[in-house]
Design a protein around this ligand. Structure first.
Ligand code: ZN
Ligand code: ZN
Length: 338
């Protein structure tokens, strides 16, 4: 099969490799769509722990074409999405439902080969059926949508809360879609430049702020006087985090959904301490993909506007460069297999 492999950080190529065979408990999925994620760029650059050589790709959908155990035979031929979490299913963490804390945890697309390929091997326990009315390209976005669902849950976000989102990449935009659906109020989306904010405006943001061009603090004082109920950082950037802690209302919540690239950062602790902020880590979001596909199938959340660039595996360099430069109107480059 064809696959895009990272041999080591900064070295990537299209390879020909044998079609993998699923071991017991796993299935083989013929990939129909696989989205390029900003996190994949960190894997390519060597900023996230991964096992190289690696086929990246954790946002996928496809059709099951082989199984490793007879008991999974009913999946053959079915259109699916699924969890990327490979766990033991036996330890205390797994049995409590917090399987991301499993001591044997490995994630497809990071420690294990992912979906930038014609086929991917995934665990059968994480599968969910893809209803016919959700196109494969959109179904592949269940993963980032699941991050938004999990983050909102951890933040305790609720109807009528004001929301500010730092970052207008696909995670930030998924947060906007979920916040709007939940009936959150006066949702403000921030990014460095206006061109990245157009789609947020189209998706119904109450306001957007281009932080390199406008005064963030002054604008927010105008939009959310007294501070914001729920703030989500989807950037992992030091100065963005510093602003988040200053902009939350007293007793408000700041949810951290952006990867900090292992960096040490300075924050003003008293912004949190004095104002009794609740700060939640939202780096791991499990058990959300079934809810995500159901919300899409029922028409509650529509991410069709995210599918901006369809590409082939052969065009991976174009896709990666689009994901890096994010030109005007770009949200997601998605590998699509006919
Ligand atoms: Zn992702
Ligand atoms: Zn476990």
């Amino acid at each position: 099969m064809k696959a895009v492999q990272i041999q080591k950080p900064h070295e990537m190529s299209l390879i020909e490799t044998p079609i993998p065979t699923p071991p017991a408990g796993f299935v083989r999925v013929k990939v129909k769509a696989a989205a390029i994620c900003a996190t994949d760029l960190e894997v390519i650059d060597g900023n996230i722990p991964a096992n190289y050589p690696l086929i990246p790709g954790h946002e996928w959908s496809g059709i099951v074409d082989a199984v490793g155990s007879e008991e999974d035979a009913h999946w053959i031929g079915r259109a699916v999405i699924g969890s990327n979490d490979v766990v033991c299913c036996k330890c205390d963490a797994c049995r409590s439902g917090n399987w991301r804390y499993c001591k044997d945890f490995e994630e497809i697309g990071f420690r294990r080969n992912g979906a930038y390929a014609e086929y991917v091997i995934v665990p059968s326990y994480g599968l969910a059926e893809k209803p016919d009315n959700v196109p494969f390209e959109e179904a592949a976005l269940c993963e980032p949508l699941g991050v938004a669902l999990g983050t909102m849950e951890k933040a305790g976000a609720k109807f009528g809360d004001t929301l500010m989102i730092m970052g207008a990449g696909s995670i930030g935009l998924c947060m906007l879609a979920v916040g709007r659906t939940m009936g959150m109020r006066k949702i403000v989306v921030c990014a460095t430049s206006k061109k990245r904010l157009k789609i947020a405006e189209q998706m119904g943001a109450y306001a957007t702020i281009a932080t390199k061009e406008e005064d963030l603090m002054a604008k927010m004082a105008q939009y959310h006087p007294g501070g914001t109920d729920v703030i989500i950082d989807a950037t992992g950037i030091e100065e963005c985090l510093q602003s988040c802690f200053k902009l939350a209302r007293k007793g408000g919540c700041v949810a951290l959904a952006g990867y900090g690239r292992g960096k040490m950062m300075s924050i003003r602790v008293d912004d949190i301490h004095v104002n009794n902020l609740r700060v939640v880590g939202a780096g791991n979001n499990w058990n959300q993909h079934k809810k995500a596909i159901t919300l899409m199938a029922d028409g509650v959340i529509n991410l069709s506007a995210f599918v901006t660039n369809r590409i082939r595996l052969e065009d991976f360099e174009t896709g990666i460069s689009l994901a890096r430069t994010r030109p005007d109107g770009f949200v997601k480059a998605i590998f699509v297999h006919e």
